[in-house]
Design a protein. Structure first.
Length: 76
């Protein structure tokens, strides 16, 4: 890592489809949202420990799949 890179671990889970509040998108709402400043370069490296996962920002058209034993990355 260079001195200007930071590492972050973040957990966020989909809200069950039988629990959406008014105005929430079904199967796209999570319990812990990530908020990042505008005009900020982001690089996500995802590696799951157990089962396949995915990381997505549907409004930006970004999706990154994570497969155990492999690292995958996306930039925005």
């Amino acid at each position: 890592n260079s001195s200007d890179e930071q590492s972050l671990t973040f957990d966020s889970y989909t809200i069950p489809e039988d629990d959406p509040e008014l105005g929430q998108s079904r199967l796209l709402e999570v319990d812990n949202r990530v908020v990042v400043p505008a005009k900020t370069h982001l690089r996500m490296i995802v590696t799951p420990a157990d089962v396949p996962h995915s990381w997505a920002v549907p409004s930006s058209g970004v999706k990154c799949d994570a497969v155990p034993g492999r690292s995958n990355q996306t930039s925005n």
